[in-house]
Design a protein around this ligand. Structure first.
Ligand SMILES: [Zn+2]
Length: 345
């Protein structure tokens, strides 16, 4: 019930505040930085929409609608260019918008890049570098796909194998069609609570390999990354190597690998050291924060909000837009107004 109520309240908050957005964006004194977060950019009928989390997906049409709408109020700029100009004491626009994509999905190349080129809008893609150019993907996507297939095909052997390898949570054997997505998300949430990402990865790798044999890679390859970076429109940042959550349970050695080696891989593949870092799941232990500060110019979190001119470059706030939170002009405006007002996010 709480889960049902919250989106309704959010929708009500967006509807009530949408009218305030133009006034806030044009009228407030000072300069601000709005950072948008996207993940996957998928056509409305793409098969991945069956198993991917709703908050991960936007259509190219909605992406273009968001950017054209926000372009009426904001100047688009690369995140590190805004920081450079801010630090040099330059006069900045009242509202600057920096566009970011998390993870490094191949659909960013196939569907988002054309929109960004057509509108000449710069963006940063945060890459999980060890996964680029592989069919590995990320465990929540893999597991979502496995679970939906297992329930659809009554594959109890697969569900028992999952329960054997990851026994601390409950694995429902059969689920009504209409509840499958919600139950899959619950299983994923439970796993995040009880297991480390590397243990889940290890448990799923063998099971998933058989199922994924003919799978197309979901993630970018380095050739696609370079083709986008060569235009100057796309910059790369790090999102770790393996998309591990950087909480206190991850050891120092793995932190160095996920934070430091990731930067070296981007520099080696593109010729440029990445400026920024994005924390998977928004998790950041104090040791991770320290290492990220030493390696990167700036870092972004999943905390919603608009950044003031004097903002500290580590822990920048962002606004996540997807087909749910950005279905119409009014929902986008409401989302922005709520971020300005610090409510409803
Ligand atoms: Zn991510």
């Amino acid at each position: 019930m709480v889960k049902l109520l919250r989106p309704t309240l959010k929708a009500a908050a967006y509807a009530a505040t949408a009218a305030l957005a133009p006034m806030l964006m044009r009228g407030l004194p000072g300069s601000r930085l709005l950072i948008l977060t996207y993940h996957r950019v998928l056509p409305p009928t793409h098969p991945a929409r069956e198993y991917e989390e709703q908050g991960m997906m936007v259509s190219a049409q909605n992406l273009e609608m968001h950017l054209r709408l926000i372009g009426g109020y904001a100047t688009f700029m690369h995140l590190d260019d805004w920081l450079d100009q801010r630090d040099a004491g330059a006069t900045l626009p009242r509202l600057t918008c920096a566009v970011t994509f998390d993870d490094g999905w191949s659909d960013n190349y196939h569907h988002a890049f054309a929109v960004l080129q057509r509108l000449q809008i710069p963006a940063t893609i945060f890459l999980a570098t060890a996964r680029i150019g592989t069919v590995l993907g990320f465990w929540p996507t893999t597991l979502g796909r496995l679970l939906l297939e297992a329930w659809q095909q009554d594959n109890h052997a697969l569900l028992e194998a999952l329960a054997d390898r990851l026994p601390l949570i409950r694995w429902p054997k059969s689920v009504l069609i209409t509840a499958r997505r919600a139950v899959a998300y619950e299983v994923i949430d439970q796993l995040k609570k009880y297991y480390l990402d590397q243990d889940i990865d290890a448990a799923l790798t063998l099971l998933a390999a058989a199922q994924m044999r003919n799978q197309q890679p979901d993630l970018l390859d380095w050739e696609q990354v370079r083709r986008m970076a060569d235009t100057g429109l796309i910059k790369l940042g790090s999102h770790t190597r393996n998309h591990r959550r950087l909480n206190a349970r991850l050891g120092s050695e793995l932190l160095d690998d996920e934070i430091g080696i990731s930067a070296m891989e981007i520099a080696g593949q593109t010729g440029n050291h990445p400026g920024g870092f994005c924390y998977p799941n928004g998790d950041a232990s104090s040791e991770a924060l320290h290492k990220v500060r030493k390696t990167y110019r700036y870092s972004v979190l999943n905390t919603p909000g608009i950044n003031p001119l004097g903002v500290e470059p580590h822990g920048l706030k962002r606004i996540g837009l997807h087909d749910g939170s950005g279905a119409t002009v009014n929902t986008v405006l409401g989302r922005l107004a709520c971020a300005y007002l610090g409510v409803g996010n």
